[in-house]
Design a binder for this molecule. Structure first.
Ligand code: HEM
Length: 356
């Protein structure tokens, strides 16, 4: 049911990732306009937010991660497993949007989690290696332990549930998504175990244990990104995108920027829609648009993060407008990729091919 893929076998992952990306950014745009005061006939904010977050992590992050692993010759789900996974993602997203946590979304999420664990398992041998993928296995296992704990804590009204959510979102973001994107670049990996400690510490710092020791690890994580980006021969845009993420982590770790909820939302969106997806999903032949996109994304995430200091009534509308432009950029890339393919683009440049 699993295999290592060559690039030409990556299409189902690419399609899954791009379809989910289209759904995620569309839901995100609707949410932004709802936050700006528009009443849209699309459902309850809380449920749609839940569908957006889950579709983003289940349907965008992991398929693009597996696509990259396949290109590296690592073990990834086979066609039947991916079909089951895709069905679970689609069913749970619809259920999250309509009902929130309900039987279908719980069963779908269980299938998703089991698949993550099954394909993280081979990475246990990398824990003590000088490899960007060293934190993959512990990050997935710790998240798998945290997720049911969140469900129990949330049901009991324990306020720590939200902090634990931020811990595992960070472990998956830094330990799986960013780690895979970095492995796909020419950036030199940090010494064995150091990256593992900084990823796990960052999740604690941004979630359940915001202590000076964990914040120091968060700052160190940022420094590792800046150092790796500066010392590489990747494109200037990729080096800038990763350095900006690194600088942001240093700033939050050092306490120069407060870890407010708006800052967290801005940081997650910058990391995923910036360095991670620029590395894993941006089509190589559209690279010319990357600088303009990066500026737009910085403006959009800057507006989200700065919301706490901007009491103007028009600020949420500005934020929604910028977010819509970011969403339009990805939808446009996806459509251009499909049209380009129909017009006979070669297999070396399929829609959504990762930057080599
Ligand atoms: C791959 C794409 C994306 C992923 C994986 C993603 C993921 C997430 C995550 C994890 C959260 C929860 C953050 C937290 O609790 O701190 C979130 C919230 C949100 N996202 Fe996204 N997102 C994506 C794209 C977008 C886009 C393009 C927009 C806007 C156009 C957007 C709008 C929102 C909004 C409005 C919220 C709720 C913020 C709040 O409650 O204050 N997202 N998203």
């Amino acid at each position: 049911m699993s295999r290592s893929a060559h690039p030409e076998h990556g299409d189902p992952f690419r399609w899954t990732g791009w379809l989910a990306l289209a759904g995620t950014v569309s839901l995100g745009t609707a949410l932004r306009w709802m936050l700006a005061g528009q009443s849209l006939p699309v459902g309850q904010f809380h449920h749609l937010r839940s569908a957006h977050v889950h579709l983003g992590y289940y349907g965008v992050v992991f398929p693009f991660v597996w696509l990259a692993w396949g290109r590296l010759g690592l073990r990834i789900p086979g066609p039947r497993m991916l079909a089951l996974y895709g069905t679970a993602v689609a069913a749970s997203t619809v259920d999250f949007a309509l009902e929130g946590y309900a039987p279908v979304s719980i069963v779908g999420s269980t299938v998703v989690l089991a698949t993550w664990l099954a394909f993280a398992w081979p990475h246990r041998v990398r824990i003590a290696r000088r490899d960007w993928l060293a934190p993959v296995f512990p990050a997935v296992v710790c998240s798998a332990v945290a997720i049911p704990a969140v469900a129990v804590m949330a049901a009991r009204g324990n306020p720590l549930a939200q902090d634990l959510v931020h811990s595992f979102l960070t472990w998956l973001l830094l330990g799986v998504a960013a780690a895979t994107a970095l492995r796909s670049t020419g950036f030199a990996p940090p010494p064995p175990c150091l990256h593992l400690a900084t990823v796990m510490g960052s999740g604690l710092a941004l979630g359940i244990l915001p202590h000076w020791g964990t914040r120091a690890l968060l700052a160190l994580q940022g420094y590792l990104y800046v150092r790796a980006a500066m010392g590489s021969r990747e494109t200037a845009v990729l080096r800038a995108a990763w350095s900006i993420l690194g600088a942001g982590l240093v700033a939050v770790g050092a306490g120069w920027v407060p870890a407010l909820a708006t800052v967290a939302v801005a940081g997650i969106h910058y990391a995923l829609l910036g360095p991670v997806l620029l590395t894993l999903a941006w089509p190589a032949r559209r690279r010319v648009w990357q600088p303009a996109y990066l500026v737009l994304l910085l403006a959009s995430c800057g507006a989200i993060g700065a919301a706490a200091w901007m009491p103007y009534p028009w600020w949420p509308t500005l934020t929604a407008g910028l977010g819509s432009m970011v969403a339009a950029a990805w939808l446009g890339l996806g459509i251009a990729g499909i049209l380009g393919r129909r017009a006979g683009a070669g297999p070396s440049e399929p829609p959504g091919a990762p930057v080599p």
